[in-house]
Ligand binder design. Sequence first.
Ligand SMILES: *Cc1c(COP(=O)(O)O)cnc(C)c1O
Length: 408
Amino acid sequence: MSREEERAGEGREGEVLRGVGKGTLSVWAGETDEFPYGATVPPVVHGVTFAYDDMAEWEGVALGKLEGHIYSRNTNPTVSIFEEKMRRLEGAEAATSFSSGMAAISNTLAAILKAGDRVVAIRDTYGGTNRIFHDFLPRQGVEVALCDTTDFEALEEEIGKGCRILYLESPTNPTLKVLDLPRLARAGRKAGAVVVVDNTFATALNQRPLEMGAHLVVYSATKFIGGHSDAMGGALCGEADLVRQVFEYREITGASLAPMSAYLLIRGMKTLELRIERQNRNAMTVARFLQDHPGVDEVFYPGLESHPGHELARAQMDGGYGGVLSFSLKGDGEEVDRFLGRLRLAHRAASLGSVGTLAGPPRTTSHVELTAAERARAGIPESLIRYSVGIENQEDLLADLAQALKDR
Ligand SMILES: *Cc1c(COP(=O)(O)O)cnc(C)c1O
């Protein structure tokens, strides 16, 4: 976990970065000390193992009593910089990292849960997470109660029956449902649960679940955090003892973030605030445009006053409503294929949160493992398109959408 707990708020870094904004933290956190040769960007330390001439120092580092690195499955200097940025942005006691978002989620669940435990979660979690809840955890003797995502009373009732982990995600994929995070975190804490929130869609720029009562925040850093679709990674931020428990599990399972990926994520993070501000604005403009378009049936974006989660989102998302929206087209499934085929300024691809706009239907992206009937039951229209807005100029995105929707 890069021993940030001990460093928190101390030394030169603590002094330089006390009270600074998130844009400054994204650039400087973990980087206030000079790098070798006076380099102004972090070195990619590919070294797997770290040498010591002084046996006492080696032992001290190995036992976690001194700062330093032993072996890159455990900690690595480049990876530590990424973790420090995540920790500071989230305002967390500690942070650790993983090879992907799913590694962060699966290691967190596995490190905390044991047979006989119970998990309460929402039905609309990310597809991979949902698979863990449906297939993997029950096989290991963990009971999973999945509730209707926006039925907060039902959730509170399930939480009240007792659970080891309360697992939440907001806004959700692909219809951008919004959870009442403070309310549910309160119920989770009252029941003695560890409250975990997947904050991938919002990022710390728009929403900070730890300030609303969560114990842990998990991330796919592959999305907005890295922001360029060129590196996979995951992160976990939160209370030091819980993060350490997961870190010690990850040290052994080996789902560690690679130094080159950490470097790409660090580089991406330097423009995080700029990107998120732009993507928030672009998404809002695109959502309004689509809402008024006669060829569009329904638009799902928490920034729209018509969205059922708008009031909640306004209260708990202080930066903006994020860069992902979805919308359904009037007509049948063929309309979707025609529309997607016409888009020019969008990659027809899975994933989200990149500088370039990404678009696709849930049947090939977030909900590929469901049948058409199951998607209907989950409230996902067959003509739905998920649109993850990039940092392009908004007039160009609007023109592209207008031409793709032409004759409709
Ligand atoms: C993509 C995603 C994940 C999984 O992250 P990977 O980096 O692809 O493993 C988890 N949660 C959410 C909300 C995601 O969008």
